[in-house]
Design a protein around this ligand. Structure first.
Ligand code: AMP
Ligand code: MG
Length: 339
């Protein structure tokens, strides 16, 4: 007959070895926000399992998407777009995201503009067979843009022009990454990576040998002649977001058209860049700034980045030259791998 006390100790030991000690990393991938997203947990000290935390994070992601997507008819954003200029009630989250978006519209002098939805619809980069629209159609769509047309009052939002269409595609992934990061931390995740289609948010650092190391995050080299990695960041607790013309594009009559639009012309931004990568604490900021800087170009974009605290950038120009903000290689470790 086994002594009950010994049995308890044995049971506790088994629990310690199996139940409490999770086999990490745990990773899962899902198609959300029109992209492939992966969440990986390296260290988890909460209740439940890391897998459950990831599942719940993806559910949360879906809830945000169903509020912010302009293509889901029931979303709050689609509601504002379809309201014919009437004021529409909005949730706290949608209000916060819209307010933050307007902040970056202003900060970028309009290079970032969340009212380009009509133009995005016209260009239809996600469609099966996209074509360059004619100049008249572009001019018509352009006449309904301008972030000044969006009004937010308390729990209400409205568009001064009933034809204006809000599109949060340039910032929503970053905002959602921040929210998922907070959620996972609250769940007990102290080390992990949220990757929403290349929009990356690092939680903590990478556990190694009882300590914590930097995560290595590579950025793609958008220069088609050298497929591979441009360089690798070594970072903890940071957001890394890249905007690139190579991410969504089509070629017509020898000309490449991509999804980042210049609010001045209504066509693909032609600022001489292939990509911009932003390193920041806040992913909504990184997302908005990467899109804005892509439109602004290296010179103006760099000026904007240098005027901000805690934000760094890598610009890749069409001629292949890489331009870095002052903290890259200093406060932000970056190993250039391109030959
Ligand atoms: P990103 O990949 O973050 O650079 O965002 C690109 C997406 O943002 C596009 O697919 C559009 O939905 C939207 N977008 C395009 N041009 C702009 C712009 N100038 N400002 C804000 N959003 C934009
Ligand atoms: Mg963006």
């Amino acid at each position: 007959m086994i002594n009950p006390k010994k049995l308890f100790i044995l049971f506790a030991a088994i629990l310690l070895l199996t139940g409490c000690k999770n086999k990490e990393p745990v990773s899962a991938t899902a198609f959300v926000l029109n992209t492939v997203a992966t969440i990986t947990i390296y260290k988890f000290e909460g209740a439940g399992t890391p897998q459950t935390a990831i599942d719940e994070a993806f559910t949360l992601c879906g809830e945000y998407e169903s509020r912010f997507s302009r293509t889901i008819p029931e979303s709050e954003i689609a509601g504002i777009n379809a309201a014919g200029g009437e004021a529409v009630p909005i949730s706290q989250d949608t209000r916060e995201l819209l307010m933050r978006s307007l902040e970056f519209c202003q900060l970028s002098g309009g290079a970032f503009d969340i009212t380009l939805g009509g133009l995005s619809d016209l260009w239809n980069f996600t469609g099966a067979n996209p074509h360059a629209p004619d100049a008249v159609a572009i001019a018509e769509a352009l006449s309904h843009t301008g972030y000044g047309k969006l009004q937010i009052r308390e729990e209400w939002a409205s568009l001064a022009d009933p034809e204006t269409v809000i599109d949060l595609g340039g910032i929503a992934k970053g905002y959602i990454a921040d929210r998922l990061g907070l959620f996972l931390r609250e769940k007990g995740v102290s080390s992990g990576i949220i990757d929403l289609g290349g929009n990356i948010l690092l939680i903590g650092g990478k556990p190694e040998g009882g300590g914590t190391k930097d995560f290595s995050v590579g950025i793609a080299d958008p220069d088609y002649s050298s497929s591979g990695t441009l360089g690798v960041f070594s970072l903890q607790n940071k957001s890394i977001v890249t905007s690139g013309g190579y991410q969504r594009f089509f070629v017509e009559n020898g000309k490449t058209y991509h999804h980042i639009l210049d609010p001045k012309t209504g066509s693909s931004a032609e600022s001489g860049l292939l990509s911009v990568t932003i390193v920041s604490d806040d992913s909504a900021e990184g997302d908005a700034l990467s899109t804005a800087c892509f439109v602004l170009g290296a010179e103006e974009g760099l000026r904007l980045i240098e005027s901000l605290d805690g934000v760094e950038a890598v610009f890749i120009k069409e001629d292949g030259e890489a331009v870095y903000s002052s903290g890259i290689g200093a406060s932000v470790k970056f190993d250039l791998q391109r030959s």
